[in-house]
Design a protein around this ligand. Sequence first.
Ligand code: NDP
Length: 277
Amino acid sequence: MIRQQDRYAVFGHPVGHSLSPRIHGWFAQQTGEAVAYEAIEAPLDGFKAAVLAFFAAGGRGANVTVPFKGEACAMADYLEPAAERAGAANTLRLEDDGRISAFNTDGIGLIRDLQGRLACRLEGATVVMLGAGGAAAGVIEPLLASAVARLVIGNRSHARALQLADRFEALGPIEARAMGELPPADVLINATAASLAGIVPELAPGLVTSRTLAYDMVYAARPTAFLLRCAELGAAQTVDGLGMLVEQAAEAFRLWRGVLPATAPVFAGLRPSPNVE
Ligand code: NDP
């Protein structure tokens, strides 16, 4: 008997480069879940209509990437608190009663990659994050929940860093500083989009030390310019965001299917040896 597959998709613009169909294909194979997953490029002014059409045609859930994470929040009937605080959702689920729930799994994805695969100790660490867009907003709450000593945000547009720090100040030790005044980091996270353009954001003197784990949310077949610069400055470890991508996908899969897939084999399949995709 042929099993009916439930349909899922990632929506973005552009979206052709997305690894999500491969990742979810592996998750489905591994868990035996009857899942079909595709990439859909929504028009810049037609995200909500595209998602509603997909759900009307039998879609059960969606991942959402740049530039639609804010709109994904706005169209949801139920917003989990973390997505609401971040103002960004990367996962939608169609409920049995027809309502749409929205979640942000980026934060969990980053934390699982740091604490699991990379065995990074966040408790008591000074974490510095560059960037104040949707990706940065999505990871602040779980970082603060990991008992970091302090979380310092620096952003090209300083006003946006200040706004983020204000928004999350009730949740833990967070502050905004000018890019040139960031403190030595145990963990330095690049949550800017600068790497996509091959640009290295301003790195304050002394920010990168021999203890620093430098993490770029952008992933690429070769080390990003940011990671190369951090290595030159003597960082202890430099890592890109492929692991975060796989982990955020696994959490979305769990939200849809109730089963958390193993991520290590999928990561290894995407990158059989360091920095080779
Ligand atoms: P946004 O567009 O919301 O924010 C972009 C951020 O990057 C802003 O803080 C912006 O600063 C900064 N920025 C852009 N260009 C430069 C530059 N040349 N120099 C310094 N800062 C710059 O994007 P997102 O927050 O949604 O995404 C950020 C990155 O994170 C993306 O590249 C995305 O690919 C990656 N990402 C990876 C994930 C993963 O799973 N690995 C998950 C989510 C995101 P300003 O405010 O001054 O404009």
